[in-house]
Design a protein around this ligand. Structure first.
Ligand SMILES: Nc1nc2c(ncn2[C@@H]2O[C@H](COP(=O)(O)OP(=O)(O)OP(=O)(O)O)[C@@H](O)[C@H]2O)c(=O)[nH]1
Length: 383
């Protein structure tokens, strides 16, 4: 019996050991392979903090693929407004021109106005490019008014009045930059190479942009590729569209496209830069005549500006005459007046062409162009 009991206990121990072994072994078995998960549909990264996370705590930024840098939007320049521009440029004008006025005043203030003195006055005026006929007229007027010895008239006041009359205070110097019937105003800019045409177109566009006008530029100076590039840069700086053609393109077709864009986009003003090669009068007449005709299929030309370099004296005047015979010039832009003490050219060119000076260039800076004002100009002459 005792043997049987031992045998039964031994079998029971073995059975328990077998059951425990089976249970533990099953727990260590590797799970059966399962199908790989389907790729998740792309979703916007969830940038909200996980629940329970304090917002103030730094959270690792989710990585969302390669970082693509957006091209920086061009920063547009803000052209200088009219008021500060005028104050600044009047000072510059006085700086370059006051020699003429001061010289005349010194002569007119002498105790005795003898023939030698009047001759010196005449020479001073001629040297400043006032021109022969206007000089003669001015000297005659001054002689009459200042002749009387011990006269009560003050030389400075007399000179100011007479110079102002010569410059023409009543001329209409407003720029015609607006069109009619919903069409843009069209400004055609002409003049010999190097006179400052392209620069003037760029500066004028800035004046108009400063006045909140929408502008399109036409780079019809296709003769010189650099001029087209130059104009494109002027336009980019203030966010103005520049219509251009390849080098050698027919200038008239560029002018046409520019005005068409102005009409289509309902721009206020289109300014067209031209090549103005002065090879001969007939060629110039053909080129500019065609440009104008083609433009006017879209909208009338409201202003033709002739750009003239103030430092070129009589040569510049001869060129100006040719241009005015070829196109109907309505206004003159006198550039580089900062580099010349010969402001008298204003008087001469207006007389010659019968057209007012409307703008003056007073430096190479982007905003160094100002509307011409007769009173301010004479004051600048007198210093
Ligand atoms: N000091 C000064 N320089 C000026 C003025 N206006 C233009 N210039 C300079 O004159 C040079 C010629 O100007 P442009 O505008 O290229 O002349 P352009 O008539 O267009 O010449 P093309 O493109 O060859 O037909 C440039 O160096 C200008 O910076 C001005 O009022 N004062």
């Amino acid at each position: 019996m005792g043997d049987w009991l031992y045998l039964i206990i031994a079998i029971a121990v073995l059975a328990v050991a077998l059951v425990v072994g089976l249970v533990v072994g099953r727990g260590r078995r590797t799970p059966p392979p399962v199908a790989p998960p389907a790729p998740a549909a792309p979703t916007a990264p969830d940038l909200s903090p996980p629940a329970g996370t304090d917002v103030a705590e730094p959270v690792a930024e989710p990585v969302v693929g390669p970082v693509v840098e957006e091209p920086a939007a061009p920063v547009l320049e803000k052209p200088e407004g009219t008021a500060s521009r005028l104050v600044r440029l009047r000072q510059r004008l006085a700086g370059s021109q006051s020699g003429l006025g001061r010289g005349l005043l010194a002569l007119l203030s002498r105790d005795r106005l003898d023939e030698d003195t009047w001759e010196s006055i005449e020479d001073t005026l001629l040297t400043a490019d006032v021109g022969v006929t206007p000089t003669q007229e001015l000297v005659d007027r001054l002689r009459t008014r200042l002749r009387v010895e011990g006269g009560s008239e003050e030389p400075r006041a007399v000179l100011r009045e007479e110079l102002l009359a010569l410059v023409g205070p009543d001329m209409d110097r407003r720029l015609q930059v607006s069109g009619s019937d919903g069409r843009p105003g069209v400004v055609l800019v002409v003049g010999v190479n190097g006179s400052g045409k392209t620069t003037t177109v760029g500066k004028l566009s800035r004046i108009l942009v400063a006045e909140d006008r929408s502008v399109v530029l036409g780079a019809a100076d296709t003769f010189r590729a650099a001029a087209v590039e130059q104009l494109a840069t002027w336009g980019e700086r203030v966010g103005v569209d520049v219509v251009r053609g390849a080098e050698g393109t027919d200038p008239a077709s560029v002018a046409f496209e520019a005005v068409k864009e102005g009409v289509d986009t309902q721009a206020d003003t289109v300014i067209v830069d031209t090549a103005g090669r002065l090879q001969n009068k007939a060629g110039l007449m053909d080129e500019l005549g065609k440009v104008k005709r083609v433009i006017e299929k879209q909208a009338p030309v409201t202003e033709v500006l002739l750009v003239l370099d103030a430092t070129t004296g009589q040569n510049g005047l001869i060129q100006a005459r040719v241009f005015s015979e070829v196109v109907d010039v309505t206004g003159i832009v006198l550039t580089k007046l900062d580099g010349s003490a010969k402001g008298g050219i204003v008087v001469q060119v207006q007389r010659e062409l019968g057209v007012p000076v409307k703008l003056v260039g007073l430096g190479e800076g982007a905003d160094d162009l100002a509307p011409f004002d007769a009173g301010a100009f004479v004051d600048a002459l007198l210093g």
